[in-house]
Structure formats: C-alpha cells, structure tokens
Design a protein around this ligand. Structure first.
Ligand code: ADP
Ligand code: NI
Length: 219
C-alpha cells in the first residue's frame, strides 16, 4: 500500500481513538480496534481493496443511528467529512461512506444488502466481535448498562431475527443470545469469517449450557 494511503489510515485511527476513548456503549475504541484488525486479517484472504476495508472498519460506528434519533445517514455524512479533511480521493470517500451507511442499518424489514466485498468484510468483522467470548462479555456489559437481568427463567426464547425489537426489548441479557448472537454465524459473508464464527458459536453454546446448569444448581 502506498505511504499516503497508510498515512490516511493512521490519521483515521488516531481520530477515532480520540473520539471513542472511554465510550461505554459497546462502541468503544477497543471494539473498533478489534474490528479493524480482524477486518485486515479477513481482507488478506479475499480479493479486495484493503485500503477501503481498513477505513470502513475504522469508521463503521462513527455515528450509530441509535444515538442520532434514527438518522441513518449521519454516519456516512460524518465519514465523508472526515475523509475529505484527511485528504482522501473522491472514489474512496464514496465507497467508505456507502459501507458505513449500510453497516449501521439494521431496521426491520430491510434486507441487509452489502454489495461490495470490502463492506462484507467490515460487516463480518463487526459481527465476529459480537459473538464468542468477547461477544458474551460485551452482551453482559451492555445489559448491565441498561440495568437488565442476567437471565429470567420465566422468559421463553424463540430464535427470531428482529433487529428492531432487540434494541427496544426489556428482556434479559440471555434473551439477546436468541434474539441476535446465535443467529450471526449464518449471516457471515466470507469463508474465513464463517470458519471463525463456527468456533465462536460453540463457545456461546457451551457457555449457555453451563449457565443453565449452574442456574439450576446442577454443576
Ligand atoms: P454493533 O453495531 O457493533 O453490532 P450494537 O449496537 O448492535 O453494535 O451492539 C453493541 C454490543 O452490545 C454488541 O456486542 C451487542 O451484542 C450488544 N447488545 C446490543 N443490544 C443488546 C441487548 N439487548 N442485550 C445485550 N447486549 C446487547
Ligand atoms: Ni461495531
């Protein structure tokens, strides 16, 4: 990669690190850093433009619509503005802004379309960070921030991919596994993410089995 591109990636990383330091909503710099690094790894296994992948990963959570009154375009607007200031070319700006727009949108009834391979890689990396051991930790951290119960034995779980409901639901954190986390392994685009997701899915299944056993005082 040419030095100018490398510099724009580094500038973007510094900017996002500053912006997200200390953010406790699950969109902290540590999450973005992990997504960036695993997107880079996946990018090595695909025929793609790793410059776009890196910028997309770094900017993917820049303005989550949940915090902007549901304004779906805020993220792509902010990405565009940043990349212009950073001196990126127009084609890069457009491609990255499109990824940011699509990755953040999870409204009900809208198919998650991610046409570019670069966007698919960013989405895979973002989803990988929601599953496995780290995904479990993030779910309970999020649940705690919303004062949710760990688990509610009265709840019944049905696997459903209602991406609108899960943010609004007042259910326990364990419910979130069935609402979202256990569904993610089947939503990966790339072969390498599918492989990692399979392993991380097992980690969650084993965790749930142990959790229920301990809940019942059986182990
Ligand atoms: P992203 O866009 O990075 O997937 P989300 O805003 O969907 O982020 O979620 C951020 C983190 O918080 C993820 O790890 C997700 O699983 C977790 N999370 C979101 N909603 C819930 C919930 N209702 N209960 C527990 N964890 C949640
Ligand atoms: Ni994210």
């Amino acid at each position: 990669m040419n030095p100018q591109k490398k510099e724009i990636i580094q500038k973007t990383a510094d900017f996002i690190e500053q912006k997200f330091k200390g953010e406790g909503t699950g969109h902290d710099w540590q999450h973005i850093y992990r997504v960036w690094k695993s997107a880079e790894l996946i990018a090595k296994t695909e025929d793609c433009d790793s410059y776009i992948v890196s910028l997309g990963a770094l900017l993917h959570d820049i303005a989550d619509h949940k915090f902007y009154d549901g304004d779906l375009l805020e993220g792509s607007r902010q990405s565009k503005k940043w990349l212009e200031d950073a001196g990126a070319d127009q084609e890069t700006i457009d491609k990255v802004a499109d990824i940011v727009k699509r990755v953040s949108y999870k409204g009900a009834g809208v198919k998650d379309e991610m046409p570019s391979i670069e966007g698919q890689i960013v989405q895979d990396a973002d989803r990988l960070d929601a599953i496995g051991a780290i995904g479990i930790a993030r779910a309970f951290a999020y649940g705690g921030s919303k004062h949710r119960l760990l688990y509610d034995a009265e709840e019944t779980y049905e696997m459903h991919a209602n991406f609108d409901a899960y943010h609004k639901s007042e259910s326990s954190t364990i419910a979130h596994f069935y609402e979202k986390l256990l569904l993610l392994k089947d939503r990966m685009h790339t072969a390498s993410a599918k492989k990692i997701a399979k392993e991380r899915h097992h980690v969650m299944e084993n965790f749930l089995e142990q959790f229920y056993a301990e809940w019942e005082g059986k182990r």
